[in-house]
Design a protein around this ligand. Structure first.
Ligand SMILES: [Zn+2]
Length: 501
């Protein structure tokens, strides 16, 4: 490719990240320990751990090597989506980042991995807060390129503090590494050619995951048009961020962000995509199966494997993963060949103590809050126990190793209950294999996820039902006690609240 002649700043490019999708309705605060338990890599460990993985960092590292860009690794910290981050945790990670940046200085740029929907105590826009600190430390001329999740609640503060923000183009998220590589390419372009024009449009639109998959209508059509625009010479990069409806802040909502060569071009593109998105707002309303229809749906005629999605206890959305409403109903209905994963460290430890071959009898789940059902009594033989971890073999975070902590499997009547000690998102098929369960041989697999489970189980699912379950990630947003969100916001306010519709 052609590179413009220009002054390239000497020095390495800093690479860092802070990644959290915050569900402000969760009763569980997110602490420093939660980051240590999930993904925490300091200095050169960041390069060692993420090189070759299908993550933003993996994509950045590979692209930097191909372009002979030296990287100065600072710190990467990620926690499984959960409740509001404690102020102490945010400040501690921010201090570590700033100290590492100081030690690496001078740097010629920054590659920063954010989620875009992080909320801390007293800091509604934690991503914007962190990004502004980096900008302050690096000065106006040092290029900062950020990657964000498709579920980012992008803010004007974030946009103002970065030279470019590159959002995922996929849900389920399988393009993290590609976006990381794109961030490196944009950073090089900025180093060679100076700043880009930006256009940011925030929409009064909240959507839930069921209608957000990027391979389906309406998003597939909107992204196709955005990609067409990206392929015109004046546009460098466009992002459609659908937002995260469970982070109750003033920045909640979908947005469109376009970078390019001229103000006219980026404004026209951003207006067109924002208009297209708004015109499809009704297509984002979800379709759900009532819990009372479940027993009838799992009988002998069911097309199996049948995937039952429990969206309100969506671990990837910040829920506890210990919801019991579906487990209780499966036991009551006499289900056979079913698998349910429940996060419950105490029960996992009790079952492990009983040991493989022994008989477990006890209460599982429903312990973190009462939003997802009461604890359920199960009884059966322990068929697996031990520290469980798996390496992702699918398209989501390929190669990454996830730990479930001490885990036990109890065969309770027709339901195998996998009891974990660490909340584990059902995004890879190896999760069940790690505890001796072959997914393709099951009749029913319950996933605590709205949509992202498809990266793992989509190919083997013969049928799927999304259940109307209660919890902190409900598909019916009217159930949530919002306080800070923008108003009006579709679909919580009706069409006549929006003068231009
Ligand atoms: Zn996401």
């Amino acid at each position: 490719m052609m590179e413009a002649q220009g002054a390239i700043m000497p020095g390495a490019v800093a690479i860092a990240g802070f990644y959290h999708e915050t569900n402000t309705f969760s009763a569980l605060p997110t602490t420093f320990r939660d980051f240590e338990d999930y993904q925490f890599a300091v200095g050169s460990d960041l390069l060692d751990r993420y090189e070759g993985t299908g993550t933003e960092l993996g994509g950045m590292i590979l692209a930097a090597r191909e372009r002979d860009v030296d990287l100065a690794p600072l710190l990467f910290a990620a926690a499984v989506p959960s409740g509001t981050i404690t102020r102490g945790c945010l400040d501690r990670i921010l201090d570590m980042l700033m100290r590492a940046l100081h030690d690496a200085d001078p740097v010629a740029g920054l590659l920063l991995v954010l989620h875009g929907a992080a909320v801390a105590e007293g800091v509604e826009d934690a991503d914007g807060h962190l990004l502004a600190r980096f900008r302050e430390a690096l000065g106006a001329d040092c290029p900062i390129v950020v990657t964000t999740d498709y579920h980012a609640n992008l803010s004007s503060w974030m946009v103002a503090s970065a030279d470019a923000i590159v959002g995922y183009d996929s849900f389920p998220h399988v393009d993290m590494a590609d976006r990381g590589a794109e961030a490196v390419s944009i950073l090089q372009r900025l180093r060679n050619g100076g700043p880009l024009a930006a256009a940011f449009r925030k929409l009064p639109l909240a959507t839930v995951p069921q209608r957000q998959p990027t391979a389906e209508e309406p998003v597939v059509r909107i992204l196709a048009r955005l990609h067409e625009l990206e392929n015109t010479p004046e546009i460098v990069c466009g992002t459609l961020a659908m937002g995260f409806p469970y982070a109750d802040t003033g920045d909640l909502g979908a947005s469109v962000l376009v970078y390019g060569e001229s103000d006219d071009a980026v404004n026209a593109a951003a207006d067109e995509i924002a208009g297209l998105l708004w015109s499809h707002r009704r297509d984002f309303l979800p379709e759900l199966t009532p819990m009372e229809d479940l027993a009838g749906a799992i009988g002998p005629e069911a097309e199996v494997p049948l995937i039952l999605a429990d969206p309100a206890d969506n671990i990837g959305g910040g829920s506890a993963g210990d919801g019991t409403v579906v487990l209780r109903e499966l036991l009551r209905a006499g289900a056979s060949g079913a698998v349910v994963v429940i996060n419950d460290p105490a029960a996992a430890s009790d079952a492990a103590e009983v040991g493989v071959g022994g008989r477990f009898s006890g209460m599982v789940g429903g312990k973190v809050d009462r939003a997802h059902g009461e604890p359920v009594h199960i009884e059966g033989s322990v068929v697996y126990s031990g520290e469980a971890r798996f390496r992702h073999s699918g398209s989501y975070m390929t190669g990454f190793v996830t730990s479930m902590g001490l885990t036990a499997v109890v065969a309770a009547e027709g339901v195998q209950v996998v009891i974990t000690s660490l909340r584990t998102m059902p995004f890879d098929i190896e999760q069940l294999r790690a505890v001796g369960i072959e997914p393709a041989e099951q009749r029913i697999i319950v996933v605590k996820s709205a949509t992202a489970w498809r990266a793992a189980y989509g190919p083997l699912a013969a049928s799927t039902l999304t259940l109307d379950t209660p919890g902190i990630c409900p598909s019916n947003l009217a159930r949530l006690p919002y306080r800070n969100r923008p108003r009006p916001l579709y679909p919580l306010e009706t069409d006549d609240s929006f003068p231009d519709s």
